[in-house]
Design a protein around this ligand. Structure first.
Ligand code: AP5
Ligand code: ZN
Length: 207
């Protein structure tokens, strides 16, 4: 299936994408990870990092190209972190069809707590939370034993900028799909297992 997973920063898109990938054996296409892996790449607009460390969007042409390339290589996929504005949504419309558009809804206070407490493994990419999903040993990745780090854009000041960009620029994308009758909204404030349960039901319903 071709699945779009929408939601604000910290809603659990990355966490749930892992479940979707395992269940359906499809590609995880995530602009955030792709940009982090190429953060010092020189483009005509500067490097992705210059935008990401401020919590701003990376310019559309850079991101559109990443997505076009990744989707052309994928039979089925879960797309996470894209589209983030209406022009990206229109671009996506031109390059692919979707089977299922899901959106994780989580209130702002909870998003701030999730993002500022997130820890990631720089080696294998696993995601933890100091309180909501702690590793067995403090600060150490369960999967590979590496020392966990904090994402550069998970500081309180950058988080609040990211949430502002979301409100102003990305929320209209949710409305774009809602108006077309394609949007399925999921309560993302539940436990990860409960969210996954609702997502599975919604996906089965749409396929
Ligand atoms: P990106 O990497 O896409 O970040 P984001 O959208 O801000 O999303 P996050 O990865 O922060 O959150 P998530 O929803 O995946 O949550 P997670 O599962 O980790 O983008 C980063 C930057 O790249 C952007 O700011 C921009 O500069 C650039 N960029 C990316 N895409 C772009 C685009 N299309 N156009 C332009 N620029 C772009 O969960 C968060 C935490 O909560 C974790 O600690 C997790 O353990 C915990 N958690 C998860 N689920 C639950 C739960 N149910 N209950 C309690 N805790 C939970
Ligand atoms: Zn690891």
């Amino acid at each position: 299936p071709r699945i779009l997973l929408l939601g604000p920063p910290g809603a659990g898109k990355g966490t749930q994408s892992e479940n979707i990938v395992d269940e359906f054996d499809i590609e995880h296409v995530t602009t955030g990870d792709a940009l982090r892996a190429n953060k010092d790449m020189e483009t005509e607009y500067g490097t992705p990092r210059e935008f990401m460390q401020k919590g701003e969007l990376v310019p559309d042409p850079v991101v559109n190209e990443i997505v076009a390339q990744a989707l052309s290589d994928a039979e089925g996929f879960v797309l996470d972190g894209y589209p983030r504005n209406l022009s990206q949504a229109e671009y996506l419309d031109d390059i692919t069809e979707l089977d299922c558009v899901l959106s994780l809804a989580v209130p702002r206070d909870e998003l701030i707590a999730r993002l500022t407490g997130r820890r990631v493994c720089p080696n294998c990419g696993a995601t933890y939370h100091v309180e909501f999903n702690p590793p067995e040993t403090d600060g150490v990745c369960d999967a590979c034993g590496s020392e966990l780090t904090q994402r550069e854009d998970d500081s309180e000041s950058v988080v609040s900028e990211r949430l502002e960009v979301y409100e102003e620029t990305t929320k209209p994308v949710i409305e774009f799909y809602r108006e077309r009758g394609e949007l399925v909204e999921i309560d993302g404030e539940q436990s990860p297992d409960e969210v996954w349960n609702d997502l599975q039901l919604a996906i089965e319903d749409e396929l």
